[in-house]
Design a binder for this molecule. Structure first.
Ligand code: FMN
Length: 236
């Protein structure tokens, strides 16, 4: 079976499991690029950070500092190293391991309140460590349809969204690897939890979201599925 056929099969099962019909959403065009500042890694003991990590429901009502957002992305889902692979000399591998080293995951930032960034939707470009603006509409009305728990909407300064590109996974692997894209997401989520904790941020992994509403907000192409949402902001 070709990668394309495998992707179609996986999407059919995915939609069935999520009670979704086929969506041909409106893809967003890429806009301005925002280079993120260079930041030092947080200095925190690993085991102490694991022990301090919590899912938070209280967030300070203020802009997320750009250095905090930069560090959160850089050290959780940024590039760890470059290796010769897949026919190129400098293939990027991430801070979190991924099945086969494939570049399956994408990270998006839905900004409600952040320094130097307008509210809107951005895609994180890990190699250049930049945000690419996708939509500068106020995302608040759309976020109300994304979160199944409405309390996150006015609390999280930013909502990160992780997605998986099924076409990338199934160009290499058979259908049973539907599971590895979710494992990859889980590893990225734990990185986000640990870095957010080390930075003193409040955060929470959220799987209670509406798939279609989130796909529409991010303007995802058909084979790219949302896997997790991660609410973050400063602590009270
Ligand atoms: C995969 C995953 C999905 C989660 N989804 C939600 C969610 O939709 N809503 C929520 O309030 N918390 C969610 N959480 C947070 C868990 O409820 C929380 O991790 C758990 O209660 C343990 O608390 P702790 O993280 O503070 O140790 C999720 C956590 C994980 C790992």
């Amino acid at each position: 079976m070709s990668g394309r056929e495998t992707t179609e099969r996986a999407l059919a099962v995915h939609r069935l499991l999520n009670s979704q019909t086929s969506t041909n959403g409106h893809q967003l065009t890429t806009g301005r690029r925002f280079p993120l500042p260079d930041v030092h890694p947080p200095r925190a003991d690993l085991v102490a950070t694991l022990a301090r990590r919590r899912s938070a429901y209280d967030y300070a009502d203020r802009d997320l500092e750009l250095t905090a957002l930069s560090a959160l992305l850089r050290f959780s889902v940024g590039v760890q190293r470059f290796v010769p692979a897949f026919g190129v000399s400098d293939y990027p591998l991430g801070m979190a391991p991924s099945a086969g080293g494939l570049d399956v995951l994408r990270a998006y930032v839905v900004v409600r309140k952040a320094e130097q960034l307008k509210p809107g939707v951005y895609r994180y470009e890990a190699v250049s460590h930049e945000l690419v603006e996708l939509d500068d509409e106020d995302p608040l009305p759309a976020l109300k349809n994304v979160y199944l728990q409405p309390e996150f909407v006015p609390r999280a300064a930013v909502s990160l969204a992780l997605t998986a590109r099924l076409d990338v996974a199934f160009d290499k692997y058979p259908l049973r690897h539907y599971r590895t894209v979710h494992v990859d997401s889980g590893l990225a989520v734990q990185n986000l939890y640990l870095i957010a904790t080390a930075l003193g941020l409040s955060c929470c992994a959220v799987s209670g979201f509406d798939d279609a509403a989130l796909s529409a907000l991010l303007g995802l192409p058909g084979p790219e599925i949302p896997t997790m949402v991660f609410a973050a902001g400063h602590s009270e």
